[in-house]
Design a binder for this molecule. Sequence first.
Ligand code: GAR
Length: 420
Amino acid sequence: MLKISVLVSGGGTNLQALINAQASGVLSSGRIVQVISSKDNAYALERARLANIPADVVSFKDCSDSDAFEAKILEKLNKAKPDVIVLAGFMHILSKSFLDKCSANIINVHPSLIPAFCGKGFYGLKVHDAVLKSGVKVTGATVHLVNEIPDGGEILAQKAVEILPNDTPETLQLRVMSEAEWVILPKAVEELCRKIDPKIFPKPVKYPGRGIITGMTESGRIMLAYFIMGRSKSSKARVFETSGDELIIKLVNPDKDLDSSLILYSPIRISGKNVIVTNGDQTDTIYEALESGGSFESALRTREYEPDSPHYTPRISAIINESGYKQSILKRAGKFFFEYEFTKGRGHLIHTYNHDVTPDKVLPSFTGEPREIKICDDMNSFADSLWDELGEDYRVALYVRFYSPDFASYSDKIFNTKSL
Ligand code: GAR
């Protein structure tokens, strides 16, 4: 779930529209975690209090200049670390230096049909006053992304509102708000949250089985992740453990009669500057091939899917080094290889089964190409969201590793359902 901060200066009716949208479910992909008001007497603060949303005041009039004001706003934002900031009746233009320091997506609602009646000096009732004086017959509202040009960022939504013969700036403002702003703002915020949400799976996960992600983060860190899910008692009793820079799997209560050949293996091994990740003992096949001058492909061509009738679980594998990554799936339909160059903020996910299948059936193999997914820079939040998405019923373990851009060092994170 994404975090939303709302910046306000006045009555806060747009904030209220967002709060209502959250209650009705129109806004469900993000949650308002913070309200910041530039005025200490803004009614928006009362609306936040009634909705139990933490609210702060950064009083513009008490700041020596706009740099000091922006620094204080940033300080407050850094505490909540929002993914999205909504300017909902926030009567200040944010500077380029503020925008450069702020990594969140910023959205603004403006009470006219941009590019008309917008930019510096056009805010609140002044907009409606200018609209009426101009004699236009239609106005409206715009929701747009914020960039360094006042009211100049990409338009996300607009709605037109008719001007009536006896309109005053006040009556027009109320109609533009109720017919346009309160309608399009919550929807646009929801759409933006959905678009930028780091969700790995497009639909809630049922049983993707085992999965590998390789790729590059937004700032150029090379990353990989491997997860296992399980249904049987022994499969669920597995635990990931690091061994140097490799990953191994152990069993919580080893049973000597159990055939562990398909559940105990090294998911990650390193050969020179290559990191190998797989869901079985083909890790060793690839490792041995690389050590003796062979390749990822040549090694995998000697192997096939698992013999676990009736599923015939695919063998999925990946290799990643400084110049890019490859993924492969060996399944009954054939042996498939995929090769990718690095793109910042992008990775690919391959998993063993079609993820939306119910796990009590024969498990159909993964189909299609590895799915392109977004990779953020924050390893902990990436790992947390993936673990969360895997769900409590079948997830067993997850390992995530983010290398430094020069590939020389890394940070990692392990989740295990069970412990040894
Ligand atoms: C709204 O009409 C909003 O579009 C406008 O101020 C009003 C605030 O109402 N914002 C701007 O003019 C920004 N350029 P609210 O405080 O009740 O949401």
